[in-house]
Ligand binder design. Structure first.
Ligand code: COA
Length: 401
């Protein structure tokens, strides 16, 4: 059988970053609640000319630089925070990246699960014709209401993955465990820029889904828990992954040390929640920071509120370290510009669902920018004009590297 999986992956994020210590101070909350209670230190935040298209394109560009576009006939763009009710964000990315017209492009949605749906779809396309390669982009900007419990769990990131036969990084195994349960734990009505969430219910629904997907995975013939060497979970906040792992340990009766999750938190702790991208950000962190994974099996748990969840596994390929983008990801994190709390609150409050014509100020220093709306249509461009915003680059946190 043809081996199919992740041939390359790259992470991108927004121009700004908000320090959760600043948020805690302004809210009169003990900073330890965010650092330890949620396991979060910082959250990426978009400049006015960043969005899921621009960071998605920024994640995908280095993959095309390395591999070219030959064989790419499909772009799958997964997001919760899409920019149009009809047009796929992937079509904007397709143009920004100069991809040929002989490509099918579509957007997928199911809260934070959409990226895994895109990956599964990509695997199917390559299984049908192993000459094809599929560009999968998961890109999200997580927004909760100001002063709500969800506010410190916001964030933003995109992960682009090239899915192909004979992958250099991770061969995805065919067995998957899935679970769909209709639950109102988190959703976002079309007139709202922020998610509506029942926090306690979302935690319960997530844990219920871990065991539901796990039981299906085993029923489908998936290997037992002690044959999976590393687990990576969707991380709405990193503490959630600890809870999930402990829950799986109790469910299976097998001791599963939570310390083995630590590496998967390195990027998510300082990016915040990135919905569809979060799981793959965790995977990138593990691949970038662990040297001895070749031949081991990694379990990936994906959860999208509403809810759909899935467990898949992959075998890490020999030589995976040679394909690491660790330095580039560290540079992208370190280059973010710290946003003072007042500016963050003003930008957050100004976020709108309006499609009125507007020219967007030049702020972002990322490779692509949202230029504005003309004739109610969105326009994007490479970032050629120097950003005018005052910059204060943050020192990398211990977790950034
Ligand atoms: N020092 C250390 N830890 C502290 C603390 C302090 N001073 N104060 C509180 N904590 C801990 C709490 O004990 C709790 O940990 P636990 O869950 O292990 O018991 C944690 O910090 C969170 O505190 P809590 O009071 O439960 O937080 P909250 O009511 O403010 O909301 C969420 C937490 C996750 C529900 C909220 O951030 C949210 O709605 N997030 C968005 C939805 C989401 O991400 N859901 C996940 C599934 S998709």
């Amino acid at each position: 059988m043809t081996r199919i999986g992740i041939h390359d992956l790259a992470v991108a994020t927004t121009h700004h970053v908000v320090e959760l210590d600043d948020l805690a101070e302004a809210a009169g909350v003990d900073p330890a609640k965010y650092r330890l209670g949620l396991g979060q230190e910082r959250m990426s935040f978009p400049a006015p000319d960043d969005d899921v298209v621009t960071i998605g394109a920024a994640a995908a560009a280095p993959i095309l630089e390395r591999h070219g576009a030959d064989g790419i006939r499909t772009v799958l763009f997964a997001t919760e925070s899409g920019v149009d009710q009809s047009k796929s964000g992937g079509v904007f990315v397709h143009r920004l990246l100069g991809l040929p017209p002989t490509v099918r492009t579509v957007e997928l949605k199911q809260a934070c699960y959409g990226g895994t749906a895109a990956l599964q779809t990509a695997l199917g396309i390559v299984a049908r014709d192993p000459r094809e390669r599929v560009l999968v982009i998961s890109s999200d900007i997580a927004r909760y209401e100001l002063d709500s419990p969800g506010e410190p769990t916001q964030g933003a990131a995109a992960v682009a993955m090239l899915v192909s036969a004979d992958p250099d990084i991770l061969e995805i195994e065919p067995i998957a465990g899935v679970n769909t349960t209709d639950v109102d734990d988190f959703w976002r009505p079309t007139d709202s820029t922020t998610a509506i969430v029942d926090g306690a219910l979302s935690l319960d629904a997530y844990l219920h889904s871990v065991t539901g997907a796990w039981d299906d995975y085993r029923a489908q013939g998936g290997p037992d828990v002690d044959e999976i060497h590393r687990f990576v979970y969707h991380q709405p906040f990193t503490k959630m992954a600890r809870k999930a792992h402990a829950h799986l340990a109790a469910h299976t009766g097998v001791e599963l040390p939570v310390e083995t999750l630590e590496t998967s938190f390195r990027y998510n702790r300082v990016l915040g929640n990135s919905y569809t991208a979060s799981l793959f950000v965790g995977l990138a962190a593990v691949l970038d920071h662990e040297d001895d994974l070749a031949g081991t099996r990694i379990g990936l748990f994906s959860y999208g509120s509403g809810s759909v969840s899935e467990i898949i596994t992959g075998i890490v390929q020999d030589g995976y370290r040679e394909h690491s983008r660790r330095d580039e990801t560290a540079a992208a994190l370190a280059a973010r510009v710290r946003l003072p709390l007042d500016d963050y609150r003003a930008l957050h409050a100004a976020t709108t669902t309006s499609s009125a014509d507007v020219e967007t100020p030049h702020v972002t220093t990322r490779p692509y920018r949202f230029a504005g709306v003309r004739g109610r249509a969105r326009h994007y461009e490479p970032t050629t004009t120097p950003a005018t915003a005052e910059r204060e680059t943050v020192e990398p946190a211990s977790a950034d590297r």
